[in-house]
Design a binder for this molecule. Structure first.
Ligand code: 9WN
Length: 423
């Protein structure tokens, strides 16, 4: 996409975004990008559903229902639902995850064995909120409800590895912020050993080796919760993952009202997560906590702003986060938020979650600003994000200094959230 000037016009930008989403629609789900990511990804689908809620309402519902149909009996929503037509076009594919050998996995559809930030209840709330047909909306929420509750129960049980009400991620892929510098230390500490079922030796000990090694360890435990709690060497409480979970608990409480069921368990869950975030992850900002090494991981990333999505976050905390955002993340370029603090040693403007600016995290921050009545910030983030896509198209991510597009083109969540920003 390089029709720069064409995208200056809102109508043309909207049409271009819809074209991308139509092209990436397989008939049952929207893939993040046809070439690089030809399957359904869990949090990508939530962003797509949010973007479609006001334009293609039924497809937004179908997107999420397809994801829910791949839910494990444990309640886990897998981070990838594989499209059989492309099988091994993405590595690691179904032959590495072997979900079919696990009794808890769904029959007939191969999935990964990990999850991703639980944004789906927020997406269902979006769909409910913007439905033109209230009966259809009620029907959809009732269908989605058991999947959302099961997902929530899974996180609250199997993933409360620290025993403090927060959910732990057990692999960097689960964060959605894959190569964030937050995971450098826990990854470096992995006891990389010869692995019977993997490559003969892990020569380089590269990041990808470590990712695969970690996934294989979990797979060969039979994807067990007991193994995760007692043995798995990577367990991190991440503020973005938990901030999104908290926001989803609030969405669940509001959806409970909509379908006439008790909202109290979800309000209580939100309170518990808020307490955990403040007690366990807050210092002079929010940081990820390494449950294996013990202690906070002292790198400031976009993940530290996740808890701002909580409308109940105390104003003093929000105030400190805004100061941090202005002093260490927002530069004079006018392009929105890089994925890592610009002054950090780990900052790299060219590498995915180590520097570039992403439409989805800008959108989440804008949503957080709206929750806290920060109108100027909300407008700044919306305008800056639209400027990125107008200049460079619906790229996967963008250089935070000059707005140049990076990663793949025609990326679904960049298109979908543009629709929401234009709405
Ligand atoms: C691994 C699909 C996904 C996003 C993640 C992003 C990237 C995958 C990868 O692409 O992750 O899940 O191959 O790096 O980091 O946020 O969901 O778009």
């Amino acid at each position: 996409m390089d029709a720069r000037s064409a995208l200056d016009d809102d109508t043309a930008l909207e049409q271009a975004a819809l074209d991308v989403l139509d092209a990436n629609w397989t008939g049952s789900a929207t893939v993040p990008s046809m070439g690089r990511y030809p399957h359904q990804w869990s949090w990508d689908s939530a962003f797509v559903a949010i973007g479609l809620a006001r334009r293609r309402w039924s497809r937004a519902c179908a997107e999420l229902l397809n994801l829910f149909s791949a839910q494990w009996s444990t309640g886990m929503l897998p981070h990838i639902v594989f499209d059989r037509a492309h099988q091994e076009a993405y590595y690691p594919g179904p032959s590495m995850w072997r979900s079919g050998e696990c009794a808890a996995a769904p029959r007939g559809v191969p999935t990964s064995g990990l999850t991703q930030p639980p944004l789906q209840a927020c997406a269902v709330w979006w769909i409910w909120r913007y439905a033109a047909d209230r009966d259809a909306a009620l029907g959809f929420v009732r269908r989605a409800w058991p999947a959302l509750v099961a997902q929530h129960d899974y996180l609250a049980s199997a993933r409360d590895i620290g025993g403090d009400g927060l959910a732990a991620i057990v692999h960097p892929w689960e964060s959605g912020l894959d190569d964030s510098p937050s995971w450098d230390a826990p990854l470096a500490a992995l006891p990389m050993v010869r692995y019977a079922c993997g490559p003969e030796e892990w020569h380089s000990g590269s990041r990808q080796d470590r990712y695969v090694w970690l996934a294989l360890r979990y797979r060969d435990s039979g994807y067990g919760a007991g193994y995760l709690r007692d043995e798995h060497p990577f367990a991190v409480e991440d503020p973005m993952f938990n901030g999104i979970w908290l926001a989803s608990c609030t969405a669940l409480a509001n959806l409970a009202d909509a379908i006439g069921t008790d909202r109290k368990p979800f309000d209580e869950a939100a309170e518990r997560i808020r307490g955990g975030l403040l007690e366990r992850l807050w210092e002079d900002g929010f940081y990820a906590r390494d449950l294996r090494a013990g202690g906070l991981i002292p790198v400031r990333t976009i993940g530290g702003f996740g808890p701002m999505l909580d409308p109940g976050m105390p104003a003093t905390i929000v105030g400190t986060l805004i100061e941090l955002l202005e002093s260490s993340f927002l530069g004079p370029s006018g392009y929105p938020v890089p994925s890592c603090e610009v002054r950090a040693l780990e900052f790299d403007r060219e590498r995915y979650w180590r520097g570039p600016s992403w439409v989805n995290t800008n959108w989440l921050l804008r949503q957080a600003a709206a929750e806290h009545g920060l109108g100027a910030l909300e407008r700044l983030l919306a305008a800056g994000t639209l400027r990125l896509v107008r200049q460079a198209g619906f790229r996967e991510c963008f250089d935070p200094f000059d707005g140049m597009g990076r990663g793949c083109r025609d990326f679904s969540w960049s298109a979908a959230l543009t629709l929401d920003l234009l709405a």
